[in-house]
Design a protein around this ligand. Structure first.
Ligand code: SF4
Length: 223
């Protein structure tokens, strides 16, 4: 009697994700610079297999996002989901767009029970979208997954003047230009790392490229 080997269904999901992520993307996306641009370059030139943790983050995040978008899209006259925005060769997609108020809504989940103010890097992403869409008002909407009471949801309003929107577009172009230069040269050390960024340095704790990044920092300091 031959022993049948069980298919690795979870591995199949990881492989599918890997296939998606390995496809080259045309142009630049706001999310390329929303987290760590240096890690983005590492991932491009030295891709690593998708981990179960990444698969977990992807499926739970995607599932919740789609549920929330579904609720908003019961009113298609007022809302649009994944609204496409562009600035030069940089594109973005807004989670939910309030067409009547010209307001982008960015939706995020947190593995915590409360939040008092938007996370700076997430608000920054919203600000890019506001600048690209020329919106003076946008909203961050948070769902606190570890809160099982009646205050699991928070909404924060973000406003921008015309001058701030102009500055934000200039910043976006600058950031993408620096990332593109590092990508062209296949050199992560040319891209900004987030190790000194108060809001994002937590990424370094779990980054698969920490050792290489640290060596680059040391080499940079010694030069
Ligand atoms: S160690 Fe930190 S700064 Fe370096 S690539 Fe990773 S996340 Fe970015």
């Amino acid at each position: 009697m031959t022993t049948e080997v069980d298919p690795d269904y979870i591995g199949m999901m990881r492989e599918t994700m890997e296939g998606w992520y390995s496809k080259p993307r045309k142009g630049w996306h706001v999310t390329d610079i929303a987290l760590c641009p240096r890690q983005r370059v590492f991932k491009q030139i030295d891709p690593l297999p998708i981990t179960d943790k990444e698969l977990n983050m992807y499926s739970s995040g995607k599932g919740i996002h789609e549920a929330v978008q579904h609720l908003f899209m019961s009113n298609p006259g007022m809302f649009e989901k994944e609204k496409y925005v562009e600035y030069g060769d940089i594109v973005g997609s807004i989670d939910i767009f309030d067409k009547k108020r010209n307001s982008p809504l960015e939706f995020k989940t947190l593995r915590s029970s409360k939040i008092d103010k938007p996370k700076s890097f997430q608000e920054e992403q919203l600000r890019y979208y506001m600048a690209m869409q020329n919106s003076h008002t946008g909203y961050m909407i948070y769902q606190c997954l570890m809160n099982f009471g009646n205050d699991a949801w928070r909404q924060f309003k973000v406003t921008m003047t015309e001058e701030q929107r102009r500055d934000q577009l200039e910043k976006l172009a600058r950031e993408i230009k620096a990332l593109a230069y590092a990508m062209e040269n296949k050199d992560p050390s040319l891209a900004r790392g987030v190790y000194s960024d108060e809001g994002l340095s937590w990424m370094c704790e779990d980054c698969p490229y920490t050792k290489e990044c640290m060596q680059m920092r040391k080499a940079g300091a010694a030069a």
